[in-house]
Design a protein around this ligand. Structure first.
Ligand code: ZN
Ligand code: ZN
Length: 412
């Protein structure tokens, strides 16, 4: 059928375990989520292991998996996705590292790992170090929010198996980055470049007017840049090449945005999307509709349930699920009848764990021509026994492209 489109709605960390405070129900079971239930009733349901049964996913590895990329191949650490997410050009084979602006004293001992959570002037500081040439390697640096930034090293013969220059604690001396295997020449080269970058960053930053001003105001100086978490930029097929679908993403965190950008998806902004419990979810829903006007696939990540889960706040999790439910209702009302909605989560963030767990999550597919099953409610236990039975994250895109009719036949 022509004109079929899909929305992949990933409610971050929405899965949970029975919560005593909620009468041994999960937040999804306790929530008044009538629209999600209608979607389940009219759709095909099941449970999903985002990566594999029992595996505790990060949001990044889980999103890769659900988008059909084997996270054990495509995921080389957060660095490359983080750099892409802040708009840096990251190419296959580049080494990308996450960085902090930090404060050190004259003997290179950490005074503040986050440079007083500096808010302003990091763009000026970044400009001093960006484009630096070290041996035959170019070091690209860009500031992100607050004290954060990313470093991309481009040049021949670089490896990513290096230790962090960031000692991760106050009172410790800045570390020399070293190759994890002393015989690994490529990583030894990267370590050398990283150490030189750190040394030069201190020389360039320490007397900059931004820091003079901070000194006068009694604030911690941003006088060094400390890289960590080196990863080699993986080669991944773009989303469009892989699925013949033009993809967009409506997200509220840089982490997921970085993955979307890395896969070549367009980012569609939503005003009032904060990544916190105060986020304007309906605004994100409207951005999904807008993105559908010129894209055939829209990924939307709603962060709230994960935030409430990490905080161990059962009532807050129920409330944010109910606000997501309103968005689901709006989307079911407003979308073109040729549109699929996949409603799922990237992992569970149980109230009792306050972190991600390896418990599976509910999934429902709603739209034309689906094999409607007998499931009548959308929550972790009600969906069991649905037509999708128990699938893995990497099964989602084949299931969807089968419905969309964009998948090539395997065999004759
Ligand atoms: Zn997540
Ligand atoms: Zn989380």
């Amino acid at each position: 059928m022509q004109g079929l489109k899909a929305i992949l709605l990933i409610c971050d960390g929405m899965g949970d375990r029975p919560v005593p405070e909620l009468g041994a129900r999960t937040p999804l079971e306790a929530a008044n989520n009538i629209n999600m239930n209608t979607l389940a009733l009219q759709g095909e349901c099941g449970i999903m292991d985002p990566i594999a049964p029992g595996i505790r996913p990060g949001s990044d590895t889980s999103h890769l998996s659900i988008l059909g990329y084997d996270p054990y191949k495509a995921y080389t650490g957060r660095g490359p996705f983080e750099a892409a997410g802040i708009g840096m050009d990251v190419r296959k084979g580049d080494i990308a590292l996450r960085c902090n602006f930090s404060t050190v004293d004259e003997s290179m001992v950490i005074v503040d790992r986050r440079a007083g959570r500096i808010e302003k002037g990091t763009d000026q500081l970044a400009a001093l170090v960006n484009g630096m040439q070290i041996e035959d390697v170019t070091a690209f640096f860009k500031e992100s929010v607050a004290h954060r930034g990313a470093l991309v090293l481009r040049g021949p013969g670089l490896g990513a198996a290096v230790t962090d220059a960031d000692p991760h604690e106050v009172g410790a001396k800045v570390h020399e980055s070293k190759p994890i295997d002393p015989n690994d020449q490529a990583s030894a080269k990267t370590a050398r470049i990283v150490n030189e970058f750190v040394r030069r960053s201190y020389q360039l930053l320490k007397d900059h007017p931004v820091n003079k001003q901070r000194e006068a105001e009694g604030k911690a100086l941003a006088n060094i840049i400390l890289p960590r978490g080196a990863g080699v930029a993986p080669h991944v097929e773009s989303f469009e090449e892989k699925y013949h679908l033009k993809g967009a993403a409506v997200v509220e965190t840089g982490l997921i945005g970085g993955i979307a950008v890395y896969l070549g998806m367009d980012i569609v902004e939503a005003s009032g999307a904060t990544g916190g419990l105060d986020s304007d979810l309906m605004s994100m829903g409207r951005s999904v509709l807008k993105a559908l006007e010129n894209h055939s696939f829209v990924l939307c990540n709603l962060k709230g349930p994960d935030v409430a889960g990490h905080d161990g706040q059962a009532k807050a999790k129920v409330e944010v699920i109910e606000r997501i439910d309103a968005v689901v209702g709006m989307l079911m009302q407003e979308v073109d009848p040729l549109t699929y909605i996949v409603l799922t989560a990237d992992h569970s963030t149980p109230i009792s764990v306050m972190d991600h767990s390896g418990d599976p999550v509910p999934i429902a597919i709603w739209g034309p021509d689906v094999r409607v099953d007998s499931i009548q409610a959308y929550d972790e236990r009600s969906v069991i026994g649905g037509g999708l039975v128990r699938i893995k994250g990497t099964d989602v895109m084949p299931t969807l492209t089968n419905l969309l009719g964009t998948q090539e036949k395997f065999g004759a």
